[in-house]
Design a protein around this ligand. Structure first.
Ligand SMILES: Cc1cc2nc3c(=O)[nH]c(=O)nc-3n(C[C@H](O)[C@H](O)[C@H](O)COP(=O)(O)OP(=O)(O)OC[C@H]3O[C@@H](n4cnc5c(N)ncnc54)[C@H](O)[C@@H]3O)c2cc1C
Length: 322
């Protein structure tokens, strides 16, 4: 493993400055990054440690919004009573990540910014993500790859919390050399056709600082359902983050975002429109499931994701109104 220096950031500005050093990379819990360094996927000279920035591991109510520092661990996030009560989808998504050890080290920002877990990328194939100009999954082992939004790369976005944050209409605070900017969670993630080498719009010297959540409307309920190919320790094959604003039996508004099926968290706006103003019956849930997979473009070995997604959407909706 290549040797590197660890530098502790004092504050966000200091972190951004340190990140401008040649070959510097930002680190949170290191649960993903250190493995990548060992596997020679990243060869940093400097790791800029964000965990030393005071206050970035806190949750605070500011006016109607909830602010969550990017350095909060997934474990703390998943156990916070305010998040569990009003933003259940996020608590459940954080709780679904990997193992207790990884949730105790891994941070929210690191979870959102983790690189893809495509086996070609992780095994150092010269693919788009490794600086090459080819996606090996197209004609290769594509069992876990994208059925939506693929091309030229067919990775799936690996983060469990990302679909939940898009479903909650979160805002991301980003800091860089020219100051700070705030953008909607949905605008943070970028399709491969925008930039095949990256998964989001962060510049090389920018960091994700924190996340804010809008106040939830009365009658809101939410959940995160994740399908795995084994019982634990792994990313979603398909997942669904759902936020429903209910008035008695009627769904006033819905936000539904899939994980594991596309290179970004995949929002289902057509399904949301089908549900708005309706009572969620088994028939409507089935219609929503059908609409969820409209436009799916599976590869040779991941056709199973189509019925899996259809049924996950249908069943999760019915469970939410049961
Ligand atoms: C066995 C195993 C199973 C896993 N299972 C899951 C799973 O089920 N679901 C899931 O979502 N993840 C999973 N992961 C991935 C990962 O470990 C977790 O997502 C974890 O939350 C990452 O957080 P971290 O703070 O440790 O990130 P780090 O390892 O510190 O960083 C991850 C990446 O994000 C970048 N980064 C970190 N912080 C910032 C920031 N503030 N701004 C910009 N970039 C940043 C780093 O440079 C690095 O590229 C798994 C990992 C392992 C090893």
């Amino acid at each position: 493993m290549k040797s590197f220096a660890n530098v502790n950031a004092r504050d966000v500005k200091d972190a951004v400055n340190k990140l401008r050093e040649p070959n510097a990379v930002v680190v949170g819990g290191g649960s993903d990054l250190l493995g990548m360094v060992k596997d020679h996927l990243v060869q940093p000279d400097v790791l800029v440690n964000l965990k030393t920035i005071r206050g970035l591991d806190q949750i605070a109510a500011k006016g109607p919004e909830i602010h969550i520092g990017g350095q909060i661990t997934l474990d703390t996030l998943s156990h916070n009573s305010m998040i569990r009560g009003d933003y259940t989808v996020l608590a459940e998504a954080a709780e679904s990540v990997a193992t207790p050890q990884i949730r105790n080290a891994g941070t929210l920002a690191g979870n959102v910014c983790q690189r893809p877990w495509c086996w070609y990328y992780r095994n150092n194939f010269p693919c788009f993500k490794n600086g090459g100009s080819k996606c090996f999954s197209i004609t290769g082992e594509n069992q876990f790859h994208a059925i939506f939004g693929g091309g030229p790369s067919f990775i799936v976005h690996p983060s469990d919390t990302a679909p939940a944050l898009v479903a909650l209409d979160a805002k991301f605070r980003v800091a860089g050399p020219s100051g700070e900017r705030t953008l909607a969670a949905a605008d943070f993630f970028a399709l491969p056709k925008v930039n095949a080498a990256r998964e989001n719009v962060l510049g090389k010297d920018e960091i994700l600082v924190s996340v804010s959540l809008p106040k939830t409307a009365k009658g809101t309920r939410s959940t995160y359902h994740k399908v795995l190919d084994r019982e634990a320790w792994t990313h979603a094959v398909v997942s669904a983050a759902m936020v429903l604003e209910m008035d008695q039996q009627v769904c006033k508004r819905a936000r539904i975002v899939l994980g594991g099926v596309a290179p970004i968290p995949w929002r289902l706006q057509k399904v949301e429109a089908i549900l708005a103003g309706q009572q969620i019956t088994p028939e409507l849930a089935a219609k929503a499931g059908e609409a969820a997979v409209e436009g799916a473009n599976p590869l040779a070995k991941n056709r199973y994701k189509v019925p899996l997604t259809r049924n996950l959407v249908r069943r999760t909706l019915l469970e939410m109104v049961a």
